[in-house]
Structure formats: C-alpha cells, structure tokens
Design a protein around this ligand. Sequence first.
Ligand code: C2O
Length: 611
Amino acid sequence: MHVHCCKQPTIPFMQAMNTHLLLSPPTTVIDRRPNDLFPKKLSSQSSCVNRKGRRSCSVGHRGANGAHNINPTCSIKPEADEDRRNKMDRRNVLIGLGGAGLGLGLDTNPLASGAPIPPPDFSTCGKTTDEVTGLDCCPPTSEVKTPTPFKPVAPPKSSVRTRLAAQNAVKDPDYIKKYRRATELMKGLDVDDPRNFWNQANVHCSYCDGAFNQNLAGYKCLEIQVHNSWLFFPFHRWFLFFYERILGSLIDDPTFALPFWNWDSPDGMYLPELFELENGASPLYDHYRNTKHRQKDFLLDLNYSGTDVHQDAKTLIDNNLKTMNRQMNTKDQCLFFGQPYRAGDCPNPGGGNIELIPHNTVHNWTGDPKWLAEDMGKFYSSARDPIFFAHHSNVDRMWHLWLEKIGGKNLEQDDWLNAEFYFYNEKKELVSVTVQDSIDIGILGYAYENVDIPWLQTKPTARKPANKAKPDGLGLQDQSSAAKGGFSLDSKISIAVPRPKQGVEKAEREEILILRDIKFPSDQGLKFDVYVNDDADTPSQPSQSEFAGSFVHVPHKHGMTFKTSLYLGIKTLLKDVGADKAASVVVTLVPRYRNGPVTIGGISIEQSSCD
Ligand code: C2O
C-alpha cells in the first residue's frame, strides 16, 4: 500500500495538528499496526544540552518540519540485472494491515514531541517508487509478526566473532570459502524470506529512502531516515549485526564474522581483493562497481571528488591518513555522531564527521558511474553489493576506535539511547532493538582484529604563512549578507565570518563552522570542500590544516529537495593557522561537483554545545 501522507506542516506542532484536523475531516480509522501493541518508550526531553543557556547543537531544526515528503522515489537502472529484478518483482507488494493511510493526523499525542525516533510501522510501509520504475523496498509481509525485544546477553568467549581486515581475511582459503558459501546461500533463499540477500539490501533502502514514516502520533507524515544524524552509527551497527548472524547461521558457524575494509590504513586503501572475481564467479562480486577502481593497486581516495586525481601514491596516502586524523580527532559528540534527531524532527539534521568522510566518499568511489553510481553510490542499491558490509564494518570500527583510542564518549541522551529499529534475525523473527543495546560490542558478541592505526599520529599541518588568508580573496562576500540571507553555491566563494567571543569557560569547547540549510536536488551528487584562511586561488590539500572538511552527498530519492547542514570542527585548525585569536576568518567554499542548484541558508561559527 502506498501511503499518501499529509503535507509537512511548517507551523508549530499543536497549531499544525489543528490545521490538519480542519483539512482532513474525521474518517473511520481502524489501525491495527503490529507495533502499536508495544508501549512506546517516551523519554524526557534532553538534548545535546541546553545547560546554562547554551544552545542545543541541533541548530534550528526542532519542530520545523520543512519540505520533506513521504515515500518519495527511487529509480533502478533500465535493463540491468534482470534476474535480480525479476526476483524482486515476484514478491508480493506489501498489503497494509490497517487499511488506512488517511486520517492519521487524528491521533493527537502531544507527548510525542521530544521522544526518540520510534520503530517503523511495517504495515504502512510505502514504496520508494517514482512513477516510472517502481521500486519497493518494503519487507516481505509473510513474516510480519509481533516484534520481540532484543535480549542483550554476551555470548561465550568461544563464539566471539572476530572481524578481520579484508586484506588479511583474503589470505585464509577457509574463510573465503565460508564467506562465499554463506553469501551464496543467502542469495538463494526464498524471495519471501526476510533473510534473503536482496531483502536484506532492501532493509537499508527502506530505512533510507523514505519507505517508513515515524509511527508516532502527530509525526506520521515524517519519514524515518537513518543517515545524516546521530542514528547513523547505531542503525548500521544493528544492520550488520543481523546480517552477520544470518550468514553465520546459514553455514552453521556462530563464529563467522564479516571482514572490514581497512581503508584507514595504506594496507587497505584498495578495493579489497576478497570481493573480486576469481575463476569468473563469486557471490561476493558485484558487477556494478567502478571498473577503473577495480584495477589492481588502484589507490582509494578518501576525498574522492568524482574524478581520479593523478597524485603519486605517497601524496595520496598522506592525504588519506591526515584526512582520517582530521575526521576522527575530536571529542565533540555532535561532530562525531551527527546531529540530534528525534521524533518530529526534519530528517537529515546533519551527518557526523565519519559519515561524510570517508563513509560517503567511499560509497561514491565504489559505485559504477556507468550505472548512475549503482550499487554503492546510491543508498537504495548500496547494500546489494556485498562490499557494503565490509565498508560499514570499518565505519563501525571507527566508532569503536573513537571510544578506545581517542577517548570519545557515547551520547547519554535518552532520545538517542531509546531510538528503536526493527530487524529480522537469523530465525526470521522480527526483533526490536534500541540504540542503548548497540553500544557494547562485547554484548553483541564481536570484536575487531587489531591492526596498525597509522592515522593516530598523522596530524594535518599548516601551509607556509605566506599562503595565509587573503581577506580580499576571490569574490569575498560581506558576511552579513551571506550569513544571514543565504547564498547560492554556483562557483568558488569566499566569505568573511566572525568568530564567537571567547569566554574563559568557552575556550575549552570545540568551535564549529556551520553551513546551515544546504539545499539541493536529493537525487544528485554534490561535493564541496571548505577551507579556512586559505589561498582561494590554490586551495590546500586535505593533508593541510586549512582544509576544514567537505560536504559530500550520496544521492537518493527522486524529485525532492534535500536539506541538511554541515558542521565542521575548526578549533585545531585555527590554532594551526595562527588564527585562534582572530576576530573573524575567511571561509572559502569550492564546489567539486554538483548537478542542479545549491543554496546555503547561512554560515556562522559557534561554540559547540556538546561537551
Ligand atoms: Cu546507510 Cu553506507 O549507508
């Protein structure tokens, strides 16, 4: 059933509810969604802290629902992978249990505001279609049952699943055999079996392409989105957890573990051989990858900007390692996890450091440009490539390393901890899981192989003083107009941005460069790089301090305007370039690729409200 949802209110919540009542007169709604049987864990409203009048690190998103819709669209490539598509088409389209997608606004539960993101309502799952192609990512209905809560019980030591670096795993013929066999079995499962490989791929698609709306009174028109917010790490940890255990159960080996694509080390900065063809066939191989990047010894560029830079290996590796250092080296929780995202919030408040780079860049680097960047370069298709799970295994490892090596701390807000998802486990049972239950990988029963972490020591360095800020640089904008009124990003632009006044207490905290409300077509690629006090004519390498970071998008959902914000920590940068006392800095934005108009709502520098 395709749920047509109401238009997003752009007015405050209660007012919106009233208006909605006027617009949709009472209808008889029999709503028997399975998850309504479960009490919602409503939590207190806490945020990335508002203590002492500091502002929340979710800047200006709460309650403003924006122009987001509702079961938007995905495309699939024409004539591609017929087999796969036929399989999916044979599957029944989901039949809604409640039979009512209308009048949902009648539920009025103002308590919902400030609650964690609720689990999806499978019965109102909508297609992520566009009219032309029709892509349905909804879970098979055959197994929709009452979800059981996940039981956090650590397995015995003997069955800990140790995830190996892919470049090491490939040396073990037994492991290769197991991994291939398990994947082959998974691909061969019945199309109605939720453990089926393609259904697993669709789990990702449904949580990222607007198939589900928030199943909470008052917010049923808002999609659930697991990217570009603090849900990113926990959602993907769970997704891998279940996927890995399904593989293990299919080969009857509870110790089976996914490999990790060790892209943060020179040893792993290639498309892992483990996923390549051998003797013409492997279930771990996917045809829809960038053929150039499949070449042996083709170095991965963590700052991939759509074209391959012709740098010598040493320079590229140096850029990669210093990029890793820059992205990991902060204790600021909002920068690391991404911005708060609660029931009623617009999706995509802002991704964390690792989500943007290297997570998004590696997706884009791997996808096949000949096929609209499928599989890895589009969220709806990315998990159709088995390499997705090795990529995310390393993303997940970064969360682990951040806690272990950088001294980061997990968020403590209830609205994060109590966010909930549904997955099918290895027994085809629907399981409800929370973020809370994801934070201890010991309890989840897996560990990571210890390998070198070369980026721990590779800090970016500043350019020569001669290259420092040119306050009269290219197209320098008056901050007041650019920052307040917004601007479009058509080409390179430099903007003077004032820094917040330093207080004694504040000096400790991270300083954040915020690009607010970046808007562009959701299904189009976009990357732009951000420099501070740099030479706008010849901007820095990623290995240099002036390079503050990038905005990178992985396209999904057709016909929508994507809206998000970018948060970059610049405290270390400012020190490196000798601008820690400056009253303002010059920010240069350089678009690397884009397709269609890009506007930015404003630019500012603020003290972090995350400690
Ligand atoms: Cu959900 Cu790598 O994406």
